[in-house]
Write a protein that binds this ligand. Structure first.
Ligand code: KG4
Ligand code: ZN
Length: 380
């Protein structure tokens, strides 16, 4: 089986080919991050135009890299929701057109589902354990922060969500306050390497249950920076970075990252207490690239050592002996999964893998003449 997948929900134009067993045969991502670094954020109109320029060459390259032609492709898959309207349109119209012209079934995939299924993809013939059901997934991206319970493939129950900002958005906004470049997540992580995570105490939001709130944390950083620099609270956020030393920036980055990671992990611990039958905890989305988060979640986990060695490329088949006894923050019975770091951000391989598991589960294709984009719709 060969699936040509397309992703264009935000500012990455991506195409990939997925083969049998959810193995990646090619994966092409053209990022617009350099364009938007100059603006400090994504401009939807510009993103849509850039997708239009890039999409056909990217699809061609994905086929070429896999050494395949259109005749080898069995299915087309595309992200139809959620995301930026103009961006989603370019990807879905391209996929619809190819599905109609080439006579291939079309699978429409929800973006958050794709992020979760990045945990199932196989790269370079190397196999690792896959998550087992029932599982709890934490989707953490620029637009979403959700805890999702999955009893089985293609079954999703949202049990926690952010009431305001997404955690990735919070990384991006705090980076702006500290004068660090866009996108904020990687910049904060880099600056934090030289900082003290315990230097500034930042409060955890007081929200019972499994929902999140991140706008208060961003404001807490803003106030702490103003206080540190002896400035009035009326000082605009864009002026603050000029008053901070590199050391102060590093300490704020580290303290913020520490707090944000702890907030995420504490909620997952609560979620697990409510679902003791869960066998896996799965992380997904751009923020799951964060090293501190990965270390905290994987340390002492049932499969933590195996995962770490696989990430370092140590073992070809993931057959690593001597896993720790278990006793990480999620206990000894649960396995913890992160996608390989390079598949945490937006890419089309994960779209193809999500479609693969739809096809394998007998889910029917979409109508290529009647596929609508949905800029805001819950996972399904
Ligand atoms: O999943 P993604 O690539 O796009 C969306 O679907 O939103 O996520 C992008 C988000 C951005 O907010 C970015 O700052 C954040 O992921 N991010 C990180 C890291 N790398 C990317 N956040 C924290 N630490 C990172 N290393
Ligand atoms: Zn995404």
């Amino acid at each position: 089986m060969k699936i040509l997948a397309i992703e264009s929900s935000c500012d990455e134009t991506a195409a990939a080919v997925i083969g049998d067993g959810a193995e990646i045969l090619s994966n092409v991502v053209v990022s617009q991050v350099d364009i938007f670094a100059a603006y400090g954020g994504v401009i939807p109109e510009v993103a849509a135009r850039s997708h239009l320029e890039a999409i056909l060459p990217v699809v061609h390259k994905a086929l070429d890299d896999a050494r395949l032609t259109k005749d080898d492709i069995d299915y087309i898959a595309v992200t139809y929701a959620p995301g930026l309207l103009g961006s989603l349109l370019i990807g879905t119209l391209t996929a619809r057109m190819l599905a109609i012209l080439w006579g291939k079934p079309l699978y429409a995939v929800h973006h958050l589902k794709s992020h979760i299924y990045a945990n199932w993809l196989i790269d370079g013939g190397r196999d690792i354990d896959r998550p087992e059901f029932p599982l709890l997934a934490l989707v953490i991206s620029g637009g979403h922060t959700q805890i999702i319970y999955m009893p089985g493939h293609n079954q999703f129950e949202i049990i926690g969500t952010t009431r305001d900002d997404a955690v990735g958005e919070c990384f991006d906004k705090v980076a702006k306050i500290l004068g660090l470049p866009y996108p904020g997540g990687p910049s904060i992580a880099k600056a934090a390497e030289k900082g003290d995570p315990l230097k500034y105490h930042l409060p955890h939001p007081k929200i019972d249950g499994l929902d999140f709130s991140f706008s208060g944390l961003k404001t807490a950083v803003l106030r702490a920076v103003q206080a540190e620099c002896n400035l009035p609270i009326t000082t605009p956020s864009y002026e603050l970075a000029g008053y901070l030393t590199e050391k102060q920036k590093a300490d704020f980055a580290a303290s913020f990252q520490e707090t944000a990671c702890n907030i995420l992990l504490e909620k997952m611990q609560i979620a697990l207490r409510g679902h003791p039958e869960a066998r896996s905890v799965v992380f997904a989305g751009g923020v799951s690239a964060n090293k501190v988060l990965r270390e905290k979640a994987l340390r002492g986990a049932k499969n933590g050592l195996k995962h770490e060695l696989f990430e370092r490329g140590g073992d070809k088949n993931g057959e690593v002996a001597g896993d720790e006894a278990g006793g990480g923050i999620f206990g000894s019975e649960v396995e913890v999964f992160f996608p390989e770091a390079k598949y945490t951000g937006d890419n089309a391989a994960m779209v193809g893998v999500a479609a693969y598991y739809e096809i394998m589960s007998g889910v029917g294709p979409a109508d290529p003449y009647d596929l609508n984009i949905m800029p805001r719709v819950p996972i399904k």
